[in-house]
Ligand binder design. Structure first.
Ligand code: SF4
Ligand code: SF4
Length: 267
């Protein structure tokens, strides 16, 4: 598995919401689509929901065709990145030389942030409500030579990342929290399976919730059942909240995760 820390050119300068920079990206820049090659794109749970729906695939199919698994260092938690093509330039599967990104409206959160990086998406300690952003300074990127001025807050809103960050918040919190654990506290393989199921395989998680004894065992109220039955994002939020409970809050979290993982396998 590839080391996700090998991310080229990350500038150490910490930026906040009010930090200013000049940047513009458009099809006329000489580097058009250069940033869509040879790059690690960590996928968030919300990215996967959007992309698999865009491509009309199940989450399982999307994971099999378009992603690569990793373990995030210091957490031992499963992560997935977009699988790049096996061409000379390791291109993103969604980039075309002339058109650029063919799934632009549903592009992943990392692509939206670019040329910024965010500590929450890299799951760095210190990623807090004050914001922790940085430039991904890649030499080929000529967008910094343009003169459109942004604050980080304006860039996030323009690129539609604020809403995505909100939906992914529970997930990034989980990962950052796991990272702060002493290295000798390990999650079991089954706990990691449950993390993977909820975070990335939403269609399988839906089956697990509705086609097993899960709802009875968890005593979920009718209003919540109705909400998560009809809304995939609500199902994702519900799953992440539940995951937090079994991994971190309750008295025997590992045991509970193991029990549910056993059930998920047998259902
Ligand atoms: S998803 Fe789109 S924006 Fe992101 S790397 Fe691929 S082509 Fe580029
Ligand atoms: S390298 Fe920078 S300027 Fe060039 S296409 Fe990518 S984001 Fe835009």
């Amino acid at each position: 598995m590839e080391d996700l820390n090998k991310i080229a050119g990350i500038s150490p300068v910490r930026l906040g919401y009010k930090s200013k920079f000049e940047f513009k990206c458009h099809p006329g820049v000489p580097c058009f689509t250069e940033c869509c090659r040879g790059i690690n794109i960590i996928l968030t749970p919300y990215d996967i929901v959007q992309l698999k729906n865009r491509l009309k695939l199940s989450s399982r199919e999307f994971l099999a065709v378009y992603t690569e698994p990793h373990l995030l260092e210091k957490t031992d938690l499963p992560m997935v990145t977009l699988k790049l093509l096996d061409d000379e330039r390791e291109s993103c599967p969604f980039v075309k030389d002339k058109e650029g990104c063919i799934i632009y409206k549903d592009r992943p959160t990392s692509c939206r942030y670019y040329p910024l990086g965010t500590a929450t998406l890299q799951h760095k300690e210190g990623a807090d409500d004050d914001g922790f952003f940085f430039f991904v300074n890649e030499p080929h990127c000529k967008g910094f030579e343009e003169d459109t001025e942004w604050t980080v807050a304006q860039w996030r809103e323009d690129q539609g990342v604020d809403i995505r960050d909100e939906i992914n918040r529970e997930w990034t919190d989980l990962v950052v929290r796991k990272r702060s654990f002493p290295p000798n506290i390990k999650l079991t393989e089954k706990a990691k399976q449950m993390f993977f199921l909820v975070s990335y395989d939403i269609d399988k998680f839906r089956e697990f919730v509705f086609d097993s004894t899960f709802l009875e065992r968890m005593d979920v109220d009718d209003a919540t059942v109705e909400k998560i039955k009809n809304d995939e994002i609500e199902l994702l939020k519900f799953g992440l909240e539940w995951l937090k409970g079994i991994l971190f809050k309750q008295t025997e979290p590992e045991k509970q995760a193991d029990n549910f993982a056993d059930q998920a396998k047998s259902d």
